[in-house]
Design a protein around this ligand. Structure first.
Ligand code: B12
Length: 216
């Protein structure tokens, strides 16, 4: 079996040791960390989501999958940072605020975006998870970032992104930041509908969009 397929299978089966073995093997073979994370591991998480939906897996399994993912990230993060540096134009260092919106505690995707943006050389202020509109507004006022990134993994919380944008408008801060959103249920159309400036499918794309639009 191909090593990326092995990592995916092992993660879906929640076999942490096997994931770590697979990751080490893939790195030895020279497979980029970006590919390991965005292809094998992220697809495994989608698969795990499906198993949850179908009633095969429960919350305990989702928690375990998240733990395994985070453990593998400890090995992959240094490589990921090296690789991300290469996409960065690195001309302008930006200040970026990022957070997962209110009601939502999913943070793996957001953290990946953060790590890659930091690797390119930007300053990232991570507001964490379950972040209210007031907190986003306060942070934009305080830190004056060029970019605001919002993450949501639930269809019930993604709508809150629009609340944040409305709150920024009310405070006269909307036009001062470039707003980029992401997270599994979001789309480019949704981003346009709520008045965000951009949407990214994954962490790699997020860095590219920000570099192209703002860092050159
Ligand atoms: C792991 C997981 C959990 C873990 C999260 C642990 C953690 N620390 O994050 C735990 C157990 C806590 C959890 C809880 C719940 N979960 Co959950 N979870 C998942 C799962 C399996 C994987 C998510 C993940 O980490 N993916 C891997 C990362 C790398 O991918 P990603 O998050 O999509 O991020 C990438 C892009 O989206 C993008 N991106 C992400 N954020 C951002 C931000 C910006 C600015 C940009 C530009 C890009 C970007 O870049 C990232 C990297 O490439 C998903 C399945 C799925 N399909 O997503 C379900 C899923 C999201 N969960 C789901 C549900 C229902 C729940 C619960 C409601 C279950 C419950 N009954 O309690 C709770 C909600 C808790 C809450 N209030 O938030 C559903 C959501 C359904 C829906 N349509 O709303 C899903 C889709 C599973 C399913 N198919 O049913 N979950």
């Amino acid at each position: 079996m191909d090593v990326l397929e092995k990592i995916k299978q092992c993660l879906v089966e929640l076999d942490g040791d096997c994931v770590i073995d697979g990751v080490n093997e893939a790195l030895r073979k020279g497979i980029p960390a970006t590919k390991i994370i965005l292809d094998a591991m992220s697809n495994a998480m989608k698969e795990i989501g499906k198993l949850y939906e179908e009633g095969e897996y429960f919350i305990a399994e989702l928690i375990e999958a998240a733990e395994i993912f985070k453990n593998a990230m400890k090995i992959l993060e240094p490589k990921l940072r090296e690789e991300a540096k290469k996409i960065g134009k690195g001309k302008k260092r930006l200040r970026i605020i990022i957070g997962t919106v209110k009601g939502d505690v999913h943070d793996i995707g957001k953290t990946l975006v953060k790590v890659m943006l930091q690797a390119v050389g930007h300053e990232v202020i991570d507001l964490g998870v379950d972040v209210s509109a007031e907190k986003f507004v306060e942070a934009v006022r305080k830190y004056k970032p060029q970019v605001l990134g919002m993450s949501a993994l639930l269809t019930t919380t993604m709508t809150y992104m629009e609340e944040v944008i409305k709150a920024l408008k009310r405070e006269g801060l909307r036009d001062k930041v470039f707003i980029i959103i992401g997270g599994a249920p979001t789309t480019k159309e949704f981003a346009e509908k709520i008045g965000a400036d951009a949407w990214a499918r994954n962490a790699f794309e997020a860095v590219k969009i920000i570099e192209d639009k703002l860092s050159s």
